[in-house]
Design a binder for this molecule. Structure first.
Ligand SMILES: Nc1ncnc2c1ncn2[C@@H]1O[C@H](COP(=O)(O)OP(=O)(O)OP(=O)(O)O)[C@@H](O)[C@H]1O
Length: 273
């Protein structure tokens, strides 16, 4: 348990969630080569606790590759990734999740035949047990925790009234909300989102953006977003990192990025953002 008197009291916060300003994630000289192709070219970025950072760039710029390196789905060719000051490049993907990095919109994160509540419970159970294994003596308390966590998660993403529907019967936008919920059930410090609004109607997109804002406010979450929709990027980000051909060509606040001629040239061929 936390002895930090400043620690927020809600169940979803970690004991050190109040240390905003601390660097949570850092990549150092990160390189990923696929054969002769340099997909990630010497990328050094940092993300502070509580920040909302968007990664933008043209098709093939290396955005998804960077996310997949951070989640350890891809092996870097060179460089280091630090999370809470600890190198994670030798870790397995599940260990990275345990350290507090969660990615939403992973393919097939939903079990379609199970109810919304069962999906949330499985995610909460995985978060509770993780690599620590199953402890028979604490089974009862753990299960109570899991039920509460699943319920809190569904409430946070606005799906509690659909808890007993089969996941496959949810409308598309609600499925994406459930995916966010599944990622949140792991109680991450850092949420990575790769194109969360892809394939959504304008209404669903707005609802998802509102949800991301709510979650950020309620949970004090730090997130890194890959998104093509510039309206979303400019409205939601504290800071924007621009990639082109694997390298960082600009970094700054939405205002700074909007006025950056190099970004306009590289990213949109000179069209004003
Ligand atoms: N597994 C892979 N094997 C070989 N090349 C790859 C692989 N994954 C990505 N690439 C290449 O690396 C480069 C960066 O791809 P990546 O998917 O990271 O870009 P992106 O910025 O996410 O693009 P998009 O916006 O189109 O999703 C591209 O040239 C891509 O073809």
């Amino acid at each position: 348990m936390s002895s930090d008197p400043d620690a927020p009291s809600d169940a979803t916060s970690t004991p050190d969630a109040s240390r905003s300003g601390e660097t949570l994630l850092e990549t150092r000289g990160l390189v990923k080569e696929f054969g002769g192709l340099v997909a990630t070219d010497d990328v050094s970025i940092d993300v502070k606790r509580g920040e909302r950072v968007s990664i933008i760039g043209p098709n093939g710029a290396g955005k998804s590759t960077l996310i997949n390196l951070i989640t350890r789905r891809l092996e870097p060719t060179r460089g280091d990734i630090l999370f809470k000051g600890e190198s994670i490049v030798q870790m397995e993907p599940h260990q990275v999740v345990q350290r507090g990095i969660s990615k939403s919109f992973q393919t097939a994160s939903i079990f379609p035949d199970l109810t919304v509540m069962e999906n949330a419970q499985i995610a909460a159970l995985a978060a509770e047990h993780g690599e620590f294994g199953f402890n028979f003596l604490t089974h009862r308390d753990k299960l109570t925790d899991v039920h509460e966590l699943a319920e809190d998660t569904l409430e946070a993403v606005g799906l509690l009234d659909r808890a007993h529907n089969d996941a496959e019967d949810l409308p598309y936008g609600d499925k994406r909300r459930l995916e966010i919920g599944i990622a949140l059930a792991a109680e991450p410090d850092l949420l990575l989102m790769d194109e969360p609004t892809a394939g959504m109607s304008p209404e669903e997109t707005q609802a998802t953006v509102d949800l991301i804002e709510e979650v950020k406010e309620e949970m004090g979450l730090t997130f890194v977003l890959v998104e093509h929709d510039m309206e979303i990027v400019f409205s939601i980000s504290d800071r924007i990192v621009v990639l082109n051909r694997g390298g960082v060509i600009a970094e700054g606040t939405p205002e700074e990025i909007r006025g950056d001629p190099a970004v306009q040239e590289a990213y949109l061929g000179g069209v004003e953002l």
